[in-house]
Design a protein around this ligand. Structure first.
Ligand code: BG6
Length: 511
């Protein structure tokens, strides 16, 4: 057996079979997402031999460019964002099956022209008429592109081939627009052809929440209101809005992060064990949690939702500007760059266990984590150690950047007196499993190509997610904020967020 065959077999054993033969068509091929995430992910998949030989990539964008120019651009992106050195056999392999197709996605004629191009690729590369369309376009075009694909017969699944469409976030701007988009794409595609992507589900540590909960016998018995006091989910970023002010100023933190990424973390943490790891079994349980989140009445929003916007401050030791002075942001912007919510999940497992969630830009530290705080020991045996002073057990699922899991418990400080100190038992991914280069999109792309929708949002989930935030959005729209900016760049967010927990005699864990 040659070395490369042995290597290929070892890789297959580790990761599974190569994806189905297919042509992947990226609409929005010259955008940032394609350069930074999609191309490097395809490169990593190819390196791991998870793309079949019968694979082709078709980049579509409005720019006029020759195929050669596009391939050069792709090669550059693989070097810059995928770490591909020179020479690179995998890059050559990928470029040999890379094509460029230029056109305006709003022009229905280009879809007619795309059809023979794809048929030619099928004939040359054996891609078998399986097409994965990736909509990396402006969100306003999602519905229209799908409609055009349908009208051109490019979404039809007859004859044993599949046609799938990946739709990026944001999926709608609010509940109504999400429903409209679901309806529009549903006129053309069956639900099992639609892959609504949320890149948080591509993160190993997010997927590990399920493994941690359901492959270990000792956690599930205490995973409920009897033992858990509350849950805190933090997604804090140190970056500001960078060059995305145009989008962000219309979206804001609540739309940008909550109905998607944060609710994924909530559902995975809170869901019941699914009856299998089949796509619908898992998503059914997630969906139940979304539906069990108590809708906020307008008056609840005033006490359970906090918004903030950063003013001037610090970012990694350097002065950082206020949000309102960032490029493409309205100088009088009322858009929130921070949101905190207190959610209640109305079911038997979680009644009276608040889930506090918060996310913000330009915060003190980049950290995403789920912190599960257990109830205190009911009774204290130790002299001079009132039970209020015992630190409760805390289980933290560190999602990023220091991926791992830690458990805090009390231990005796050595010495004659019985002093109790808090200690941590830490597991770090890196120590056990090393670090394979990954963008987080590899697994998701692979799953689209193999038809596994477990990590993708179903129509009902997207709508249920929007339903959770819609009351907050409505109240905030009706009552513009009065004290923006209300937190300094480089801090842990506005004081109101601390007050939200202080009212419940709790405090954020600011790691
Ligand atoms: C995106 C948001 O979906 O997620 C961004 O639009 C945010 O505003 C990003 O910065 C966070 O992703 P990650 O993987 O860096 O945590």
């Amino acid at each position: 057996m040659s070395e490369s065959t042995a290597e290929a077999l070892a890789t297959l054993e580790r990761h599974g079979r190569p994806a189905d033969r297919c042509a992947m068509v990226i609409f929005g091929a010259s955008g940032d997402l394609t350069k930074r995430k999609l191309l490097p992910s395809l490169y990593h998949l190819a390196q791991q031999r998870l793309l079949p030989n019968e694979f082709a990539l078709v980049g579509c964008a409005i720019e006029n460019m020759s195929e050669e120019e596009y391939r050069r651009q792709v090669r550059g992106d693989l070097a810059e964002f995928g770490g591909a050195a020179e020479p690179c056999k995998t890059c050559d392999w990928l470029l040999d099956r890379t094509y460029y197709f230029s056109g305006n996605f709003q022009d229905h004629n280009i879809y007619q022209q795309l059809k023979p191009v794809l048929e030619g690729i099928d004939a040359k590369h054996g891609t078998g008429g399986n097409y994965l369309y990736y909509l990396a376009t402006a969100p306003a075009l999602f519905g229209e592109v799908v409609q055009h694909l349908g009208a051109a017969g490019l979404a039809e699944q007859s004859g044993g081939h599949w046609r799938r469409v990946v739709i990026e976030k944001p999926f709608g701007h609010d509940l109504d627009s999400a429903r409209t988009l679901n309806r529009e794409i549903g006129e053309v595609l069956a639900e099992n052809q639609i892959y609504r992507i949320d890149h948080y589900l591509g993160k190993e540590t997010v997927q590990n929440i399920l493994v941690f909960r359901f492959s270990n016998g000792i956690f599930e018995p205490v995973w409920n209101r009897r033992y858990i006091d509350h849950v805190q989910i933090t997604v804090a970023e140190t970056l500001g809005v960078e060059q995305r002010g145009g989008y962000y100023d219309h979206a804001g933190a609540a739309r940008d992060m909550v109905p998607n990424h944060i609710l994924q973390l909530v559902t995975l943490t809170a869901m019941e064990p699914p009856i299998s790891f089949g796509a619908d079994a898992v998503r059914d349980e997630q969906s139940k949690i979304l539906h069990a989140i108590q809708p906020m009445a307008p008056e609840d929003v005033l006490t359970r939702a906090v918004r903030g916007q950063y003013g001037e401050g610090q970012a990694e030791g350097q002065p950082a500007p206020a949000y309102r002075t960032e490029p493409h942001v309205d100088p009088a912007s009322q858009t929130e760059t921070f949101v905190a919510l207190k959610l209640s999940i109305d079911n038997w497992r979680w009644a009276d266990v608040p889930f506090y969630i918060r996310t913000g830009k330009r915060m003190a530290k980049r950290v995403t984590e789920v912190a599960i705080q257990f109830r205190r020991a009911p009774f204290v045996l130790f002299r001079d150690t009132p039970v209020e002073n015992l630190a409760p057990n805390l289980l933290v699922l560190h999602i990023q950047p220091d991926e791992g899991i830690s458990l805090r418990f009390g231990a005796k400080v050595p010495g004659i007196a019985v002093d109790i100190g808090s200690v941590n038992m830490d597991f770090r991914y890196q120590d056990y499993f090393g670090n394979e280069p990954s963008t987080g999109y590899e697994r998701l792309l692979y799953d689209c190509m193999t038809g596994d929708a477990t990590l993708f949002q179903r129509a009902d989930m997207v709508e249920a997610g929007w339903s959770v935030v819609q009351p907050t959005l409505d109240v905030w729209k009706a009552l513009p904020p009065r004290h923006f900016p209300n937190y300094a760049a480089g801090s842990w967010g506005p004081k109101d967020a601390d007050d939200l927990l202080a009212r419940d005699k709790r405090a954020w864990r600011n790691p």
